[in-house]
Design a protein around this ligand. Structure first.
Ligand code: ATP
Length: 641
């Protein structure tokens, strides 16, 4: 039987076997709190409950309907047990065939009705849960979109995805399972007890006394089974890890070259042996428990038959066979609710922890926000000015120290410097991916913090070092910059970005799929597509973070040819790693250890013989020997300087 069929008002199973076959413990994990969960138990306050209720509130009408359905079916579930008594006493023992058929038909009708109500309840339940999780997911996604770059770089990506998927799915489980389970199991249990006491209080007490006999071993066996399952899961993960590592192409190469075959064999065999032990343990834990369960299952009814028979034969002959059978049947209906209610506290704590974690995310304030009186100027020039800018990611280490420079409309600045000197950090401050710690960054004479974020980012185009393309077609990626671009515009952008030759050669043209993150394309192709994307965006300020990774000189030249006209026609900042890019700039800023160490034209800086000269000799000279045959004494490149 599928697990969720057991929960709620769908008739509970009579057999202990089915109780055992449930996943060990509660719906949201093991049936007991782990040490970590105990340590981080959430504080359940009125405010938390009110907040949770605010998500349920829009669906309260549907919830009332579910409650009614649960109530009806929890009561109806027990009716066939009561009717068993009538079938025996009024039908079989009284030898009344009409009554027998009537009660059998009634019992069948009640079961059918219970199942129909169960279907309605499941539908409503799922509907409510899906709508609540839909609301919560949308809210979370919107919220995450407002979070700053720092949040995404500092957080573990897995955590963010878990919050979005597992935690919010957990909420769905809570609504469809935990809440309904508390209700329907409590009602079933109360009604079963009332009915049992009404039949015969002594036998009812006997029945209750039997319940712990199965409830206690079920819980402890569930706990033990969970522990073994967890161990064998870890063991199996370890085996998978070894297989993935050592049987992959590069893994095998490493094993062979280091002659580690025997060591790897031993490692594999050791884990494999551990796995066998765990599997045997798991299977045996099950066997002993099953044996105990079936024994206890029989003890309950047998005790009721024994004591019931004793009362009937010796003390009170008004008690009937039917009544005794009803008590046995009702006892069977109590196994599942008791077992589930025993887990409720754990589920409850876990649910509250889940909500708390989700709310913690909702409560995180976006670091970069629009000022309440943010402005959107009518005209844009794309000018940038840094005034005594200081910046750090963490207080311990200052990344930018007192940076000042001005970039006028139509001009182009190249930023060069050793790796890690703070170049990318510097440009990230312009579109406010981060805010300065001290000083200010101005865009068209206005502090960027006073400008509307949408406006600011709309007019800045960044071609970053690591080109990111979404999985989709080239067209999809281009349209991301300008959703209403015409076919001609797309082609023109590709032409200007020097990628049209490539696109044309593809069977699907612009509709060629780029693969996950654009992995089906080469680094150079990706970068040219991202240049085409920026061309379509047509920003007032262009920032080009040149890739450090080596491209062959043809690809490099193609990118260079694409970028040069772009820079010539607008205001630009280039983070340059190649001489040809540096030569295209009006001014060069040399950043070292977060400071502008030198500034000037190529010629001036080379003559000065400082940091730039060192860089030139180490970093640029390779590019120079590849692309520019006479870097220092060149004549053609000098015009722009
Ligand atoms: P490259 O030329 O290699 O791209 P860069 O000059 O652009 O280097 P940045 O990326 O600006 O250097 O990094 C400057 C320093 O800031 C580095 O030491 C880096 O480790 C650190 N850094 C960068 N991003 C972060 C971050 N999100 N959190 C903390 N430190 C960071």
């Amino acid at each position: 039987m599928r697990y969720n069929m057991i929960i709620g008002s769908v008739p509970a199973p009579n057999s202990m076997q089915e109780v055992y076959d449930m996943p060990p413990g509660g719906r949201l994990g093991p049936g007991y709190l782990t040490d970590e969960e105990k340590k981080n138990k959430p504080k359940v306050t009125k405010a938390l409950l009110v907040r949770i209720y605010s998500y349920l509130k829009p669906y309260r009408k549907q919830m009332i309907l579910v409650l009614l359905a649960i109530l009806c079916s929890a009561i109806l579930t027990l009716m066939p047990s009561v009717l068993t008594g009538k079938i025996i006493d009024d039908g079989l023992i009284a030898r009344n065939f009409k009554a027998l058929v009537l009660f059998i038909a009634l019992s069948f009708g009640v079961t059918l009705l219970t199942n129909l109500i169960g279907i309605l309840e499941s539908y409503l339940n799922t509907w409510i849960a899906q709508h609540i999780t839909y609301d919560m997911r949308n809210k979370m996604y919107r919220h995450l979109q407002t979070m700053s770059q720092r949040f995404f770089t500092a957080s573990n990506q897995g955590d963010i995805i878990t919050r979005m998927t597992s935690d919010i799915s957990g909420v769905q489980q809570i609504i469809t399972n935990t809440l309904t389970s508390i209700l329907s199991n409590s009602i079933t249990l109360i009604v079963a007890l009332v009915l049992m006491f009404r039949q015969n209080w002594i036998l009812a007490l006997v029945g209750i006394a039997v319940v712990p006999l199965f409830a206690i071993p079920t819980r402890s066996a569930g706990r033990r089974r969970w522990a073994i399952t967890k161990d064998s899961q870890a063991c199996s993960d370890e085996i998978n890890g070894i297989l993935n590592e050592t049987l992959s192409v590069s893994g095998q190469l490493l094993v062979k070259l280091f002659g580690m075959e025997e060591k790897e064999n031993q490692r594999y065999e050791a884990v494999n042996k551990r796995m066998i032990g765990l599997n045997i343990k798991e299977s045996m834990a099950g066997r002993w428990f099953r044996m105990a369960l079936s024994t206890f299952t029989n003890i309950g009814p047998m005790l009721i038959y024994l004591i019931g028979g004793l009362i009937m034969m010796r003390y009170d002959d008004s008690i009937t066979v039917g009544q005794i059978s009803v008590l046995v049947a009702l006892l069977g209906k109590m196994y599942m609710p008791v077992n589930q209610l025993l887990n409720i506290q754990v589920d409850w704590i876990r649910s509250m922890a889940m909500f708390t974690r989700i709310f913690e995310y909702y409560d995180m304030k976006p670091e970069i926000q629009n000022a309440p009186d943010a402005i959107r100027p009518d005209t844009v020039r794309g000018e940038v000015e840094f005034r005594n800018v200081r910046f750090y990611y963490n207080e311990e280490r200052e990344i930018l120290k007192n940076i000042s420079f001005k970039l006028e409309q139509g001009k182009c600045i190249a930023i060069v410097g050793p790796s890690g000197s703070g170049k990318s950090t510097l440009i990230n401050l312009i579109p406010r991916l981060y805010d300065v710690i001290d000083g200010c960054v101005l865009f068209d004479g206005e502090d960027v913090r006073k400008l509307d974020l949408g406006f600011l980012r709309e007019h800045i185009g960044i071609v970053s070092q690591e080109t990111y393309l979404f999985n989709g077609t080239i067209r999809d990626n281009l349209l991301y910059a300008k959703p209403d671009a015409t076919e001609e515009e797309l082609i023109e952008a590709c032409r200007q970005a020097n990628i049209y030759d490539f696109v044309e050669k593809q069977e699907q043209g612009l509709d060629t799929v780029v693969g996950n993150r654009g992995l089906k394309l080469s680094g150079g192709e990706k970068q040219r597509i991202s240049i085409a994307r920026i061309l379509l965006k047509d920003p007032a300020l262009l920032i080009f973070d040149e890739a450090t990774s080596a491209l062959d000189s043809i690809s490099e030249q193609k990118i260079q040819d694409a970028i040069e006209p772009l820079i010539a026609s607008r205001t630009g900042i280039l983070i340059a790693h190649r001489l040809s890019t540096v030569l295209a700039a009006d001014e060069i800023l040399v950043v070292k250890d977060g400071e502008i160490a030198e500034r000037g034209t190529h010629q001036e800086l080379v003559r000065a013989g400082g940091v730039y000269t060192q860089l030139y000799e180490t970093q640029f000279s390779k590019a120079a020997s590849d692309a520019e045959p006479a870097p220092l004494g060149y004549s053609e490149g000098e015009e722009g300087m």
